[in-house]
Design a protein around this ligand. Structure first.
Ligand code: TYD
Length: 134
């Protein structure tokens, strides 16, 4: 996969004087069926998350609250996406190295994933990742 396959997808935003509402549906607003949801929160200042790729997993990341930067790397090119709104998210297909940094205080990073957790699906060694995509 390439950096150009990683995309910001806008989500519906229903504006209302009582407050706004956004939503997403599997295979509609994101191109895969959601099998797992996890979230990252209470990140101490200066900490980074991620630092790996997945062999088969696709993900969609939303900044439900606050802001953070997602740094992507396909082995040839790198790109930074700053996420700071809850009405869009970042689609990241398999075989993209990523880490998340620059978390704001009280940020909430929601991640929708195309499969259940499996440690076997992780590539945690950057040099092995480069060999796999080379
Ligand atoms: P990891 O994916 O390495 O965190 P990061 O978001 O920084 O990449 O996961 C950290 C730990 O949590 C690791 O021991 C595996 C465990 N974990 C689960 O048990 N289930 C999950 O769905 C996830 C994402 C992680």
């Amino acid at each position: 996969m390439k950096i150009s396959d990683c995309k910001i997808n806008d989500l519906p935003k229903i504006q209302d004087r009582r407050g706004n509402l956004s939503f997403l549906e599997s295979k509609n607003h994101i191109p895969f069926e959601i099998k797992r949801v996890y979230w990252i929160y209470d990140v101490p200042g200066g900490q980074k998350r991620g630092g790996h790729a997945y062999k088969t997993l696709n993900e969609f990341i939303i900044a439900l609250s606050g802001s953070f930067d997602v740094i992507l790397d396909d082995g040839k090119n790198k790109k930074k996406f700053s996420l700071n709104r809850s009405y869009y998210g970042l689609y990241i297909p398999k075989m993209i190295w990523r880490h998340i940094e620059n978390f704001s205080t009280n940020s909430l990073c929601l991640i929708l994933a195309s499969d259940k957790y499996s440690e076997k699906d992780y590539l945690r060694n950057y040099n092995l990742f480069l060999k796999s995509v080379g």
